[in-house]
Design a protein around this ligand. Sequence first.
Ligand SMILES: [Zn+2]
Length: 265
Amino acid sequence: MDGARPAPGGDQLWREADLGYVLILPSMLLWALHNQAWITVSRLQNTRGKRQIVDRGIEFEQVDREGNRDDQIILSAILLLLGAMYLPGGQHIPLWRTDGAVLLAVLHAGPVEFLYYWFHRALHHHFLYTRYHSHHHASIVTEPITSVIHPFAELLAYQLLFSIPMITCALTGTASIITFEIYLIYIDFMNNMGHCNFDLVPCWLFKWSPLSSISYIRHRFILFTILSSGHTTLFSCHSMTTYTTPWISHRTHCMKTHLRTKKKN
Ligand SMILES: [Zn+2]
């Protein structure tokens, strides 16, 4: 037909493709692979038994209960797809934007971690604990993937909470693919590390090295060790908050609890 626009060729199609949209599936596969790597390393470490925190085996019921761990990846994929399709500023996002990366980091370290901390403490209140959060703590010996084993409502709440920085970036036009990918990997890495049931960084390293003076890093890593032991003590402090100053006394208590647990083991 005269004047009609020719159908775009393969090259043009790729140039016009929304890379952020296209990369959602590969990044979800990478996520699953990342989880599997943590599970494998954690089970190997636990078999060696050298740096194990809770020195017990995993139960069959736990493996069955945690078998639906891909649910959260599927839910994330759906939410990311919805964002890439309908959220203003979520389409054709660039590979990198420094302002967006800074905005996301500030939002995560500030409001998101603050809300996460108090949300998690609320989940340990009897009312919410018996109805929701006890499902997560039913795994006494944690596996990395225990971090995402929650009832659906709780899972959805976490997803919405962690999407705050990403949605804000999109709405302010500062979203970028690499920032979002790093953010997803960061959250997943911290979650896996927090439940891996072995000391990723040995305690002696903190005790006898200059690292001990860097309280932020020290708190951070010890807290994740506590998280694993927290499933036996039902201790409620496993926030990944960066608020070292306001909660320092709380965390000192965490460390003492952790060290007591270590001694018993
Ligand atoms: Zn908890």
